[in-house]
Design a protein around this ligand. Sequence first.
Ligand code: PA5
Length: 446
Amino acid sequence: MANLLEWSRAYSGRLTKDDKNISFAKTESLAKRLSNEVATGKLPFLSMGYRARLEQDMQLLLPRVKAFKDMLLLGIGGSALGCRAIQRAFAPSQDLPGHTGPSVWVADNVCAEQFEALLGRLQPKDTIVVCISKSGGTIETISQYFLVKDWLKAALGDDWKKQMLVITDLEKGYLREEATHFDLASMEVPDNLGGRYSALSAVGLLPAAFLGIDWSALLDGAAKVAAPLTQASPNLDQHPSFALAAWAHALMRRGYSQLIYFCYIPQWATYGPWFAQLWAESLGKEGQGSQPIAATGVTDQHSINQMFLDGQRDKGCLFLTSRHQPQGRSFGQDLPEKWSWLRGKKFGELLEAEALGTRMALCKSQVPLVHIDAEDCGERSAGAMMMLLEAATLFTGWLMEINPLDQPAVELGKRLANTKLGAKGYTQEEADLKTFLEVPRQEQPF
Ligand code: PA5
């Protein structure tokens, strides 16, 4: 039993098996690069050298954190999406009626109304606030930090410090300065571990542990996939993540500009936005890349699937299922004649049949499709899938000859927003803003 990639329909449409050919020399040079970057600590998401320290920190901090009923998580992008995906996949009961156990609330936007609603319902005395920022200076997160700090202070006075924990760089950044200054509890985002590759560090795993999720199994699943890549002479050619990268790169070269992540493990649906961020921020560079589209089976069969099947032929698909989904309850034997073929069947059989139907329809529409078939929908399998996709993203970036670990283009909007609010030192941005705002508006009422 294992998690599987199924390739029989991967090279279809305009894509042929010849498209994936990567020369021996190229594969060898990437394998050397991998070895070198692992050895020099540039790829901690793969080598997971931070695990021992993480386990120690968890042991120390978890009892204190678990004393609270609610966790309010402040973060954005890679500092929020992995956590939310893990919560929805493995602690979905917090969002169901009558829940009484621990809950994690992720505040990852700048929406005064939602923020007020959250703070209005949470009780400061029952809430541990976890502020997550690798850089320690992201305005969306830091602004929430300031507001929540005041909210805690108003209720708890000086004890606010006991209910604020930060996850950030060990040495650098504003949040680290705050942690040191106020002696706040803290955990590290290891060096070189970029936001979107950090879900399997304290960033995603402290909230997971708080919710009682088996976070060690997530790490174990990931470690098993990463192991062949972190050994001294990695055999890149044989690794499924490299095969995925070769396929994804071939798709781009053949003009497939979109990549669907179609998730038929409904409880894992929130991995869609997690994957979309991983793929888009890593690979949207220098006019290249493919646009990720997160879709959920079966819901999106009644929505964007029409476009997948009969819109432009510009999409490849990662199609995710699990062989061992809980099957749920059975239909009664007394169903009306019109529906008799459902009698005695389990609800889960419907999901399986619909997944097969949609996969086949996509294949018939010549959508190049790789089927990711997870052994089950537990933490270990999820960790394995996360590592597979992270490694595949890295290697796709290397094949594209771009840097999959940075995100320079998104910085401009942040600098402009800071300038608009009066931040100093942005001379060029100030001038650009002025020019932009001088263009006469062309308004049309509706
Ligand atoms: O993947 C990334 O690096 C980004 O999406 C970051 O996670 C996001 O910008 C938040 O950054 P930080 O964790 O530094 O606050």
